[in-house]
Design a protein around this ligand. Structure first.
Ligand SMILES: [Zn+2]
Length: 260
């Protein structure tokens, strides 16, 4: 069964539970027995974001991993600090956002082609990770509404026209919160309900649409204006947090290169 390793966690003295995203059966958690012994031949193949071919036998409480064959180890990612940070962050986020036993070949393909694009890119842009997160959320049925206000349905151009009028008690503009765009009126309601709503420009909204296309090469080569990539990342991160039941690390905070 073709699978991408998402994470590993210790379980008992010599065992680990390996979380993988499989092509056929979606996310699976598998018990890898004896993997922590130095003699384990499987340990090296089961590094996060490796593509592997696994065989599995049903267990009483959890299925057991019996064999692992390496398919793709992505040395070009592992040898590059930023690429490997982004890849680790994306498999971790996939693990957090996705439930087990929901097959989605499209999600498998998105992760695999994303890793291939990161591997082949001369340098990986942070926006690649933002795009991946948006594509995954879309696959989980959580795509943001970008055509108009998510609450009242006012069209994008309608909100844009209002944004040109002088403001009253709230700054006029376009806002982005859980679910998608919000007009100034609905933003007030959302804020009153304790929701986080961020100001977004027309440019950021169209860039969100670009991220959702999932064209990794196009996104990696996109030339952002000053501060644009950072503002876009803030929107994507806030959107992912809104939809995640578990804490998500901020993949935009690349740790400084370790000094030797
Ligand atoms: Zn509205």
């Amino acid at each position: 069964m073709l699978a991408i390793v998402l994470s590993r966690r210790d379980f008992r003295e010599f065992d680990q539970i390996v979380s993988v995203y499989t092509y056929e059966a979606g996310k699976r958690e598998l018990l890898a027995r004896g993997i922590k012994k130095i003699t384990s031949k499987h340990a090296a193949h089961l590094e996060p974001f490796s593509v592997v071919d696994v065989s599995v036998v049903p267990g009483k409480e959890i299925d057991h991993l019996t064999t692992v064959q390496p398919v793709e180890y992505f040395p070009a990612i592992r040898g590059d600090f930023k690429k490997s940070f982004l890849a680790m962050a994306m498999v971790m986020i996939t693990d957090r956002l996705v439930g087990t036993h929901v097959p989605d070949k499209g999600l498998f393909r998105a992760l695999k082609t994303w890793l291939e694009a990161v591997s082949q890119a001369p340098a990986a842009a942070g926006a690649l990770a933002d795009a991946y997160v948006m594509v995954i959320l879309e696959r989980l049925g959580l795509a943001p509404v970008l055509e108009g206000c998510v609450c009242c349905g006012k069209t994008f151009s309608g909100i844009g026209r209002e944004a040109l009028k002088p403001g009253e008690d709230t700054a006029p503009g376009i806002y982005f919160g859980g679910g998608g765009l919000a007009c100034p009126d609905c933003r007030r309601l959302k804020l009153a309900a304790g929701e986080q709503v961020m100001a977004a420009g027309l440019k950021e909204i169209s860039l969100l649409g670009l991220l959702l296309k999932g064209d990794w090469r196009l996104i990696n080569n996109y030339e952002f204006g000053s501060g644009e990539a950072e503002r876009l990342h803030d929107l994507v991160y806030a959107f992912a947090l809104y939809h995640s039941e578990r804490k998500l690390g901020d993949w935009g905070n690349l740790p400084l290169e370790p000094k030797f």
